[in-house]
Design a protein around this ligand. Sequence first.
Ligand code: F6R
Length: 610
Amino acid sequence: MCGIVGYVGKSQAAPILLDGLSKLEYRGYDSAGMAVYDGTKIEYEKAKGRLRLLSEKTHDGETMQGTIGIGHTRWATHGEPSEANAHPHLNEEETIAVVHNGIIENYAKLKEKLIKRGYNFKSETDTEVVAHLLDYYYKQGNDPLTCVTKVMHRVEGAYALGIIFADYPDQIYSVRKDSPLIVGLGKDGNLIASDVPAVLKYTRNVYFIENEEIARLTEDTIEFFDVDGQPIEKEAKTIDWDVDAAEKGGYDHFMIKEIHEEPKTVRDTLNPRIKNDTVDIEELGMSDDEIKSISRIRIVACGSAYHTGVTAKYVFEEMARIPVEVDIASEFRYRNPILQENELVIAISQSGETADTKEAVRMARAMGNMTLAIVNVVGSSIAREAEKVMYTWAGPEISVATTKAYSAQLVALYLLAMKFADVRGLLSADEMKSLITDLKKLPEQIEMLLGNKERIQKFANRFVAAKDVFFIGRGIDYAIAMEGSLKLKEISYIHSEAYAAGELKHGTISLIEEGTLVGAVATQENVYAKTVSNIVECKTRGAFILAVTTVGHEDIEEVADYVMYVPQTNRYFTNSLAIIPLQLFGYYVSVGKGFDVDHPRNLAKSVTVE
Ligand code: F6R
């Protein structure tokens, strides 16, 4: 998704903007640009492609002199990736510059009206209407703040904007609706950004801008206003995670660094919530009566987060005997879903900014249901939208393909299921103790699996030329197969599909031919023999079988060509272990193919548009 940075202060703005944008590269982009006020006019520069090209064009920002500016990385929505469509966009006299993240839904109508009033458009973007609208209101004699509020009343959709006016060369205006935006309170100047890592080098004190709030920054002041231009008070928050957490720290890619952080992530998500041999999630403020009254759970999420939801369905239903429906958020929001009166809606999201998940939460709230968000980014939109929040303490996840946040989500969901089962009288103290013991072993067991990475790398190198891969599994193993398949395809661009193993013979098995790679996940005791039968069916048709199973199932070697063993744990928790070799497999196939692992093509880290 697009990234925004802005700076006003004592230092040269352009190098700070470039640095900030580099911290937002993980969001995915296809062009970049900056606008700086140079003392007499707004200077701007754009480049299609990587940020490096913008740095080269501006000699690392040196050719753009000035202490106030805005920068942008663009992820194309309206109009192809090109210099013309890259931000900033300006009015015709080039006295107002705008950067934007989000989508202006009524831009076509606004554009038509502006054209009728004589405005000329240089790009195909929705953003350019904002620059011209601001110009329109400014020329009517309004001050910048009023112009911004008037634009907010006219545009529909999602937006975070950074705006500078040549006539007010000491001020940055910024506003958000449904797209993330923070303000950083620096020592020698102030900043705006789409995400915290972009400002961490300069400050740990940030303000999270809420929907329909406006920020006005100068070198030494930050003011906030509501959509009607009335001043409002906000409190700065201190970011307590380290800047190093957003750096590669000696690893080749963020993805492999983040995979190595999984033991810590699991520990950090788990430990604060285990007290006196039981699960303590008082942070949710949910009474036992509320938990007992839950008639059904509805999970809404997208992508990998959806896959953790699929795992959770098996865990909640078996452990806590609560029926669970798992919905892809973009599907949920566009049908007319039926929620029961006491149905708890759980939204799962790393970024906390996924547009469809956020909307699903809003809908559930509007329907009067209790909403609970499992979110990684503190203060993110979904965290604020939901009534209850359970944070996954994974720290910043930069690689587009999620790994550590996925693991943290699993742990949060296990804890929730255990708590619900406990309150509903379905877990004895001994069972609870034994589950906690197994949970506490997970970090060490993950470390052990990471120690095997060279073996997986060698295996992955054999499959860099694979064309089609199928992953199969039953029950929780199916959920693992879904995530293993997504991890492989999204970063290696190899076609891969996950199937419930029993479903294969209802059509898909006709695609299996000599040498087709089939990843079979077989960790669940109750369906192990069934999955092995499905493996044999594939093997008979020439498939190369990669099996993922638990230690103790060495008999699988009779039917599998290659086996990845994971340590034994409680059956509910096997996903946390079995996913590690599959994440590593996807990673090493992508590395073997020489791809940009952390920035897979066409993908964005934070999907703030639907
Ligand atoms: C895949 C991946 C995505 C996200 C999905 C939801 O590796 O990262 O499928 O899981 O876009 O994102 P969040 O969790 O931020 O809502």
